[in-house]
Design a protein around this ligand. Structure first.
Ligand code: ARG
Length: 478
């Protein structure tokens, strides 16, 4: 999703009263402010490739249906290919006076091939044209994101395999709760990202119908073949209502909604990286590749990439909000409001792509400090639940009573300045005389983690199974 830099030349190729393409009924050109607010070329030049693909499909159909001659169609196609080359080379003369990418390309086509250029827009409007172009762009962006998220999942699975038995503290409320394995933690993200990809694929599937041929809003009297253009552009088929085709942007909203949720997931991971890298935690280290220094404090190595992933969710969620508000209350069919649909997508989807790639980079870059993780995993009475479970299992106590007894053991440990796992048998028996030697064995973090073998649990054997399951899925389509 890298973007070519395309230059916009200022002066207008002047054309009678205003505009060569729609100026027939105008006596004067637009005012400077009108031109400034109306022109979208600085934004929609990013649709150049899609616009040319759409026009190539359209003109091939116009020829096949006899609406234009084969000869004119050939000249138009050739001209469009020349323009594609100019855009690629950065020599295309973009003009703000020509408003948008559609009219820039059509005007250039006229320069190149003359009269037949004027036949390209038969049975088409900029309204179905822009909807088509934009869908093609969003569809590509979603495909790119899906693939990049797949790579991020693979990065997490690789770490999960290496750290299936690496013990870390699991948190709730960011308070030490129960020991878990780092592999298990990584696989949580693999699951979240799988759902993100599901949302992206759903959106992609739902949007994949062609607006082209809806014309301005009502369809056209020309005998067009919408199936033909739809299939040439990789759509499942044509959209079935011309008003809907030119005026719906829920495909873009859905893409942004999926992106916003994915970005939210990445921000949580990024936040964890920031916490894990901090000196008090010291769980992981990022290399020089993913950190920056401070201009005043020579010792600093800051996790800027993680912080930026954490922050970029702001503009991605903001983009969703922007487009929801743009589209709210717009009467059918097309209104110029819809020209404001592109900046949020052009900003948010590449931003998410960067976040995904940066996250994958960080996951692969992380060095895990197993000792630091283990040390903190044993702090804060994290195996207290294991004692309660032992009381239930071995003494047949109701869980509530077991919970109460264990709470008393925690209090006793706190008073002695110990961890619950450090209490001696005698000390435990002071809390409840029924506790036996066997209870001591369940209080280690290793035993705690190994015992959690329920489906979806953190036991290393479960984590290895899940990692293997994901490996089979994710490497099959890599
Ligand atoms: N630049 C316009 C957009 O992005 C293209 C469609 C303009 N249609 C029109 N009837 N003015 O939405």
């Amino acid at each position: 999703m890298t973007e070519r830099t395309l230059k916009t030349s200022t002066p207008a190729p002047q054309v009678g009263a205003g505009n060569a393409l729609w100026g027939g009924r105008f006596e004067a050109g637009p005012g400077a402010i009108m031109e400034e607010i109306n022109a979208s070329i600085d934004v929609d030049k990013r649709l150049a490739t899609q616009d040319i693909s759409g026009s190539l499909a359209h003109v091939a159909m116009l020829a096949a249906t006899g609406i234009v001659t084969e000869d004119d169609a050939a000249r138009i196609s050739e001209g469009l290919h020349t323009i594609a080359g100019e855009i690629e080379a950065g020599t295309f003369p973009f003009s703000r006076a020509l408003e948008d990418i559609h009219m820039n390309i059509e005007a250039r086509l006229k320069d190149l091939i003359g009269e037949p250029a004027g036949r390209l827009h038969t049975a088409r409007s900029r309204n179905d044209q822009v909807a088509t172009d934009f869908k093609l762009w969003v569809r590509d962006a979603l495909d790119g994101l899906d693939a990049e998220l797949g790579d991020l999942q693979r990065a997490f699975v690789e770490v999960a395999e290496r750290h299936a038995a690496t013990i870390m503290p699991g948190f709730t409320h960011l308070q030490s709760a129960q020991p878990v394995t780092f592999g298990h933690h990584c696989l949580a993200y693999v699951e979240m990202i799988a759902r993100d990809r599901g949302r992206i694929r759903d959106a992609r599937h739902r949007m994949n119908e062609s607006p082209l041929g809806a014309a301005a809003l009502a369809g056209t009297a020309f005998p067009i073949d919408r199936e033909m253009t739809a299939s040439a552009l990789g759509f499942e088929g044509p959209m079935h209502n011309s008003l809907d085709a030119v005026s719906s942007r829920d495909f873009a909203l859905e893409a942004l909604a999926a992106a916003a949720i994915a970005a939210t997931h990445l921000s949580r991971f990024a936040e964890e990286v920031v916490i894990w890298c901090s000196a008090p935690f010291g769980f992981v280290k990022l290399s020089d590749q993913f950190t920056t220094g401070s201009s005043i404090m020579p010792q600093k190595k800051n996790p800027d990439a993680a912080e930026l992933v954490r922050a970029k969710v702001g503009r991605i969620v903001g983009a969703l909000n922007t487009l929801l508000i743009v589209m709210k209350g717009v009467p059918l069919a097309y209104s110029k409001d819809m020209q404001e649909d592109k900046p949020p997508l052009f900003d948010a989807l590449p931003a998410l792509s960067l976040c995904v790639r940066a996250s994958a980079g960080m996951v692969r870059d992380l060095t895990v400090n197993e000792d630091a993780m283990r040390a903190l995993a044993s702090k804060g009475h994290t195996t207290a639940t294991d004692l309660a479970d032992w009381l239930v299992r071995t003494l047949g106590l109701p869980f509530r009573e077991a919970h109460h007894i264990t709470g008393a053991a925690v209090l006793a440990a706190d008073r002695k300045g110990k961890e619950i796992a450090e209490l001696t048998l005698a000390e435990l028996q002071e809390v409840d005389g029924r506790i036996t030697e066997d209870a001591l064995t369940v209080l280690t973090v290793d035993r705690s983690v190994a015992s959690r073998t329920s489906l979806g649990g953190t036991a290393p054997e479960r984590v290895r199974e899940e990692a293997a399951r994901w490996r089979a899925v994710l490497w099959a389509d890599a």
